[in-house]
Design a protein around this ligand. Structure first.
Ligand code: ZN
Length: 160
């Protein structure tokens, strides 16, 4: 069976940036199972896997526009430290949920001074070129329930 819309695809993968640093990998965590065409994985990787079969080894080089988007410098913001009232020891790298007019956004602390905290609402992988090495382990039909939920159940997928 070939990878196509609504197929369940099970993959091993390693993800590197352009410097060759490993960003993420299924090694240790076990293979990833996703529902093809449901937006479970980034668009560029779905395109690269379309039409592949079990056993295929795929290298995909994906520009930010088809991954986590470009970085937007205007999503960086200085916030007075006192607004973090309840939080002691704010440090670089901490993440907070921020309420915005567009809904909740996950922001990352990128700088802390005595009075101000600089937070960045970009996805940590925004602006990053993604290089995937993927091995397709299995391609199968999705169950009716998986299609209804928009994700895969069981190993490598969601518990329910
Ligand atoms: Zn489910």
């Amino acid at each position: 069976m070939k990878v196509a819309q609504n197929a369940v695809v099970v993959i091993d993968y390693t993800l590197k940036d352009n410097a060759g640093e490993v960003i993420d990998s299924s090694e240790g965590a076990g293979p990833l199972a996703y529902l093809h065409g449901a937006g479970n994985i980034v668009e560029g990787l779905e395109e690269a896997l379309e039409g592949q079969e079990a056993g295929a080894e795929v290298h995909a080089s994906i520009e930010p526009a088809k991954a986590y988007g470009e970085r937007h410098e205007d999503m960086k913001q200085d916030v007075p430290k006192e607004l973090f009232g309840g939080v002691e020891n704010i440090e670089q790298g901490m993440q907070f949920q921020s309420e915005t007019e567009q809904g909740p956004v996950l922001v990352t602390v990128v700088q802390v001074t005595d009075e101000m905290v600089t937070v960045d609402g970009n996805h940590p992988l925004a602006g990053v070129h993604l290089n995937f090495d993927v091995t397709v382990r299995e391609v199968r039909e999705a169950t009716a329930e998986e299609l209804e939920h928009g994700h895969v159940h069981g190993e490598g997928g969601q518990p329910q």
